[in-house]
Design a protein around this ligand. Structure first.
Ligand code: IMP
Ligand code: MG
Length: 183
């Protein structure tokens, strides 16, 4: 275990098992759409979801595009600012296609509330969310998350793509960061 981690919440083995199950669920749910020739796009909310989407996409046994969007809402702190900026937009169109948003963690939900509104206006056939983690916190708006890795408590976690000040993304497990690191 990394010395800045207080407790490992989910090991790489547990994560791989969940991601496999999520990929199977997505494959089952979208196979009819794929047979009808409808486009499927899985998009990654950079940078936190990059590792998650790379793993999830390889568990989906259907033809699909992968695309990337970058948003900033956090800076280098640990609390959501509530202001979301698109710093890199999708490269392709999602109009008339099924969109699956891969996100690392749903915390306040502010990022996804903003993204859902923005992406719906581009007229995709459907939108669903696949999130690795969902924190057990009250949210101003409920986020419809169809594919979920794990629920977790209201603690600041890192690893498997999740960072604090751009560090720890490459840890294979998800763990709670020692509070003295960010205090
Ligand atoms: P929300 O808008 O509050 O739901 O926050 C979403 C974004 O905040 C996530 O995509 C993460 O990038 C970041 N975030 C929220 N909680 C954590 C955490 O515990 N560790 C690392 N990043 C987090
Ligand atoms: Mg993120």
């Amino acid at each position: 275990m990394h010395r800045d981690i207080q407790e490992v919440l989910f090991t790489s083995e547990q994560i791989a098992e969940r991601v496999q199950a999520m990929g199977e669920a997505i494959t089952a749910d979208y196979s009819a759409a794929a047979r009808r020739g409808e486009g499927i796009v899985m998009m990654c909310v950079l940078r936190g979801a990059a590792i998650f989407m790379a793993d999830l996409a390889r568990r989906v046994k259907l033809p699909m595009e992968m695309d990337y969007m970058a948003v900033s809402s956090y800076g280098s702190g640990v609390k959501s600012s509530g202001v979301v900026n698109i710093t890199k937009d999708l490269s392709g169109s999602i109009e008339g296609k099924h969109l699956i948003i891969a996100e690392d963690v749903i915390d306040t939900g502010l990022t996804l509330t903003y993204l859902l509104k923005n992406l719906r206006s581009r007229n995709p056939l459907s939108i669903e969310i696949a999130a690795m983690l969902r924190k057990d916190v009250p949210r101003p708006q409920e986020i419809p998350c169809k594919y979920l890795g794990f629920d977790c408590g209201d603690e600041f976690v890192v690893g498997y793509g999740l960072d604090f000040a751009e560090r720890y993304r490459n840890l294979p497990d998800i763990g709670i960061l020692k509070p003295e690191i960010y205090q």
